[in-house]
Design a binder for this molecule. Sequence first.
Ligand SMILES: [Zn+2]
Length: 174
Amino acid sequence: MATKSVAAEAQEIKVAIEMIELGARLQVLEEHTTLSREKLIRLYKEVVGASPPKGMFPFSTDWFLVWQQNIHSSLFFSIYTYLLKNSKARGREALIKSYRLYLEQMPVEEGQEPILSFTRAWTLLRFMDSNMLVMIPCTKCSGKFIKNTYELNNGFICGLCHVPSRAGKKAKKD
Ligand SMILES: [Zn+2]
């Protein structure tokens, strides 16, 4: 896609930089901006100070089903759904805004990485779009959580109501 004007390209660059700062990988930038791959790589190097990681981002739904990751991902997706319902934000704007809100809810300690990276959040939206993952309500707390479409069953209990014994930072010995 060719950009129409200098102003339009400047806007694309601004959004690309914002996404790079949030941790976006090249694939995400290519999908959500009209800039060429070459330009995106140059921008990435300038912002991060290193080349973008090579290869595709791991494409598996399993990651989102692990206890702590599931809670973070479910929170992010709830925010995203809320934004779509209650604002005009769509596409990349909705992604960026809901990711920022997620970071506000789950602040990251200095030197640490967020549990759900920006690129993972983007991957999650794709899985949701293709119905590989769904949000379903917990029968105990009625909070909504991400589940694998193929593993749906009655009486779902979420990870917060039923904490697996090894979910904590250190497994308890008892
Ligand atoms: Zn629950």
